[in-house]
Design a protein around this ligand. Structure first.
Ligand code: NAD
Ligand code: UDP
Ligand code: UDP
Length: 338
């Protein structure tokens, strides 16, 4: 078995695994599971630009080849169609584990979070790779603490309609810490709050993509419940920066990665109206069961230990997503260009 340090050739005198300053960094081999998805494909762009070799493992459940097509032909890029619920043999230095049916429409009845995470941890253990789990703010459930700190254990219904996702990610965190403590695997845990941006799935039912697509198609914006529930929306480039700092840093986490700007769904609808169509109508719909009332990250820990905080506000980020959605919905295609 190899340790992460041994794998990077930086000797055992450096327990943090950080590459010493002044030493030229060799290109790493990195697996991104779920790399053909929304967040994964933006991460892949940054890793490739940094000079690393990237293997994307994706079963295209919600991801799309178009998101990574611009890397085809690059010798530093490989794409494998594979379901992480099945074992996988590879030789790599780092694993960013993003594969997950991530939206309410897709995540029911799927073992990816548990079995997929177990397999990727098994892989990390076998080859001495560092493993990063993309967990979620949903581990806090319908939170009784506001804003949420990483020390909060959450308020999750174990048998509700969302439990497969919430509890799946909570189990994934448990497995990750067990492999860390029990098998010495180097791990990192990110708890991601609602994120939006170009390449987001158009029809997966998340609120930002719904509102933007509806406004562009001249359909009413569907606000669930009274629209007074809150969320905090993070632009994807901020998230990717946070994930990379977490992977390269020396702290296991968990770390909240999110934008502390908090909006009600009615306020979000207003920002979408301002950005796309001031005449867009709002239509109220019954809310889904167990919908969290409030959500806002406390990012003190990430600020202090990773030197990270988001830079792109909702009003700055939304137009960047809108132009990508406009191209995809109305056809004047330039896939993967943003
Ligand atoms: P996404 O649906 O765009 O990406 C997920 C990717 O995983 C897709 O490409 C999908 O095809 C792939 N996938 C799903 N099941 C798989 C399997 N069994 N084997 C191989 N590939 C599989 O979603 P995203 O928003 O990019 O999310 C990425 C990660 O970030 C997920 O783990 C998600 O839980 C987490 N996250 C995202 C948000 C957000 O707001 N976007 C919030 C919290 C957590
Ligand atoms: N695994 C994998 N790739 C590897 C090593 C392991 O997919 O390179 C899978 C393996 O099939 C198993 C899981 O990861 O289902 C956990 O592996 P581990 O060695 O930790 O557990 P064990 O196989 O001993 O139960
Ligand atoms: N929502 C909404 N209209 C929609 C889709 C979602 O008002 O068309 C609400 C939903 O009830 C929730 C919030 O927006 O309160 C965020 O939902 P999403 O599914 O995007 O993320 P999550 O609930 O996982 O935070």
């Amino acid at each position: 078995k190899f340790s992460y340090q041994h794998r990077l050739g930086i000797g055992s005198g450096n327990p943090t695994g950080k590459i010493p300053l002044g030493l030229k960094r060799k290109g790493l081999r990195i697996v991104v599971t779920g790399g053909a998805g929304f967040v994964g494909s933006h991460l892949v762009d940054r890793l490739i630009a940094r000079g690393d070799s990237v293997i994307v493992v994706d079963n295209f459940f919600t991801g799309r080849k178009e998101n990574v097509m611009h890397h085809f032909g690059n010798p530093n890029f490989e794409l494998i169609r594979h379901d992480v619920v099945e074992p996988l043999l590879l030789e790599v230095d780092q694993i960013y584990h993003l594969a997950c049916p991530a939206s309410p429409v897709h995540y029911k009845f799927n073992p990816t979070n548990v079995v997929g995470t177990l397999n990727m941890l098994g892989l990390a253990k076998r080859v001495g790779a560092r493993f990063l789990l993309t967990s979620t703010s949903e581990v806090y459930g319908d939170p009784l603490q506001h804003p949420q700190k990483e020390t909060y254990w959450g308020n999750v219904n174990p048998i509700g309609v969302r439990s497969c996702y919430d509890e799946g990610k909570r189990t994934a965190e448990t497995l990750t810490m067990d492999y860390h403590r029990g098998a010495g695997v180097e791990v990192r845990i990110a708890r991601i709050f609602n994120t939006y941006g170009p390449r987001m799935c158009i029809d997966d039912g998340r609120v930002v993509s719904n509102f933007v697509a509806q406004a562009l198609r001249k359909e009413p914006l569907t606000v669930y419940g009274d629209g007074k529930q809150t969320r905090s929306f993070q632009y994807v480039s901020d998230l990717v920066e946070g994930l990379m700092r977490l992977m390269e840093g020396e702290h296991v986490g968990p770390f909240n990665l999110g934008n502390p700007g908090e909006f009600t769904m009615l306020e979000l609808a207003e920002v979408v109206q301002e950005t796309i169509d001031p005449n867009a109508r709002i239509e109220f719909r019954p809310n889904t069961e167990d919908d969290p009332h409030k959500r806002k990250p406390d990012i003190t820990r990430a600020k202090e230990l990773l030197g990270w905080e988001p830079k792109v506000s909702l009003r700055k980020g939304l137009p960047l997503m809108v132009s990508n959605f406009r191209q995809r919905i109305f056809g004047d295609h330039k896939e993967g260009s943003s």
